[in-house]
Design a protein. Structure first.
Ligand SMILES: Cc1cc2nc3c(=O)[nH]c(=O)nc-3n(C[C@H](O)[C@H](O)[C@H](O)COP(=O)(O)O)c2cc1C
Length: 339
């Protein structure tokens, strides 16, 4: 692929990649957190503003269709920085009802030649109570971004699967007032049993419980699914989502199928980035063919072409994670310029 390398790829990435992946992540988030708190720096960043490619979906106005995928800002600490970098929407989380440390380290692995990551973080996050307080403080001090904010919620590790619905409800009640949309994450591979919530009866139970809570200010509900579903499983999930008026499907989370990488690179965990591209696109295409529910595509977007592929497959919006780690914020401009 012939493309020029920007400042991030030439200077910032080598520095970050000289550190272990999680240290680099904390350093970046710490910096963006400070950026988020500085009106001066935010104004300076805004002078690089990207062309506007507005889109209205779920009753929300997106300045452009490129979003930040869940997992990068799990605790919602850098909202205004993401918006200043040009993201058209931001998804924070996964947030769980209880604060939790996640799995033992190391738990994020880079595969640079494959432009991929494997992670088994296991939903390390501050928990719904603290995150709700943080979001309230940002909103009350007018430090809130001008783009839609989604909140992705999941099950706490200690909660047995049979009580998963109550666990989701706890986070939902606390966080919905801050969210433009809520994502039910039932597809991360690093919380034992979580993916079982994709089974039709369990999913229907969760969706009904959430629907019975909507109150006077209903928020669009997204369901984030795994790329490892069979055709039959996908069909059943779509039927349940349609029956329960799910607003959108996020396709996809990371994959447990590591057959696209050499066995010596294997680590336990979810694979993301370029090796996930085709599988995620195929799922987006399948959903668009079978259903009218809008799709937010995530998985293996690392340049304008791989983003266009998702839109051509039927996605309405896209989200970035691994591509951002390898390409930096310039990836946003590259995609938007070619939309
Ligand atoms: C280190 C890491 C942490 C992630 N954490 C979450 C998470 O907490 N919740 C979630 O729904 N997805 C999470 N994801 C999945 C991403 O949101 C995204 O769906 C997936 O990585 C595919 O997109 P990509 O190929 O652009 O990375 C995580 C991904 C990575 C690489």
């Amino acid at each position: 692929m012939n493309r020029s390398r920007g400042t991030y790829e030439r200077f910032v990435r080598p520095l970050l990649f000289s550190l272990d992946a999680e240290t680099a992540h904390h350093l970046t988030i710490g910096l963006l957190r400070r950026v988020s708190q500085s009106d001066l720096v935010l104004r300076a960043l805004k002078s690089f503003q990207l062309p506007s490619k507005p889109k209205t979906l779920f009753g929300l106005n997106f300045p452009n269709p490129i979003g930040l995928a869940a997992g990068l800002d799990k605790n919602g600490v850098a909202l205004r920085a993401w918006a200043a970098l040009g993201f058209g929407f931001i998804e924070i989380g996964t947030v769980t009802a209880k604060a939790q440390p996640g799995n033992p380290k190391p738990r994020i692995f880079r595969l640079p030649r494959q432009q991929a990551l494997i992670n088994r973080l296991g939903f390390n996050n501050d928990g719904a109570d603290i995150i709700a307080q943080r979001l309230r403080a940002q909103r009350e001090s007018q430090r809130w971004p001008a783009v839609p904010v989604g909140i992705n919620i999941g099950k706490s590790r200690v909660t047995p699967l049979e009580q998963a619905t109550d666990d989701y409800l706890y986070s939902f009640r606390l966080l919905r007032e801050f969210a433009d949309y809520i994502t039910l994450n039932i597809s991360s591979p690093n919380t034992p049993g979580l993916r079982e919530l994709q089974e039709p009866q369990k999913l229907a139970h969760l969706l009904r419980a959430i629907a019975s809570e909507v109150g006077t200010d209903p928020k669009p509900i997204m369901v984030k699914i795994s790329p490892d579903l069979s055709a039959a499983e996908l069909k059943e999930i779509l039927a349940v989502c349609e029956e329960n008026r799910v607003a959108g499907i996020i396709a996809t989370n990371t994959t447990l199928d590591h057959s696209s990488i050499s066995p010596d690179l294997h680590q336990e965990g979810g694979l993301s980035g370029a090796p996930l591209r085709e599988k995620a696109t195929a799922l987006v295409r399948e959903i668009a063919a079978q259903s009218t529910i809008p799709v937010i595509a995530s998985g293996g977007i690392y340049d304008a072409e791989s983003a266009r592929e998702k839109f051509e497959a039927g996605a309405q919006l896209v989200q970035l994670y691994t591509g951002l780690v390898y390409r930096g914020p310039r990836l946003l401009r590259e995609i938007i310029d070619k939309l």
